[in-house]
Write a protein that binds this ligand. Sequence first.
Ligand code: GRF
Length: 193
Amino acid sequence: MRAAILASGNGSNFEAIITAVKRREIEMDIAFVFSDKPDAFVLERAKNHGIEAIHFSPKNFSSKGIYEAELLHLLEEYQVEWIILAGYMRIIGPCLLEAYPQRIINIHPSLLPKYPGLHGIKEAFEAKAEQTGVTIHYIDAGVDTGPIIVQEALDILQTDTLESLEEKIHQLEHQLYPKVLAEIANKQKGAVK
Ligand code: GRF
C-alpha cells in the first residue's frame, strides 16, 4: 500500500503511523508527507524519519481546483495509491475525490455523525455527553460525512477536564489509526494477489 500523508499541524497521528510502519506492523510505503502549512510540525517529524516533506500553500494558487491539481500531479508523480489524512484541515475537493474514490481516509475525534467539524472534542465535552470517541472513515464531498470504517467509543468521566479528554482521545487515535491502516493494507495485499 503506497500512501501519502496529508496533515496541517502537529502530526502526532503521523508519528503513530510511521512508528507502526517502521515496526513493520503496517505494510505501507509512505511516499511523502504533504502540508498546506509551511510551519506545520508534521514536516519536521517527517524529516526526522527520513520521509520526504513537501509543502505549498493554497494561497499561492488562483483557485482551490488549481491547488488540488498541483497536489494531484505530485501524487501521480510519486505513484501514490492511497491518501491518509492526519489532521489535514481542508475540505477535499472534486479533483482529488474523483482521482481517489474510496481511497482517501480520515480520522475524526468524535463518534460521527455527532460533532463533525473542527471542534469535535470540545463540543462533546461541553455538551456533557456521556461518551465520545474516534471515527475513521472514507472521505466524500461532505464535511466528515463519508462511509465509516470503524468507530471506538470512550466514556467521558465526571472527573474529566477538556485537557484530560483531549489526551484520552489522542491516545485512542494513536492506537486505532495504525491498527485500521494495517487491516486496510492487508486487505489490499489480498486483493492485489
Ligand atoms: C486529530 O485529533 C485528528 O482526529 C483530527 O486532527 C487532529 C490531528 O492531530 N483530524 P495531529 O496533528 O495528528 O497531532
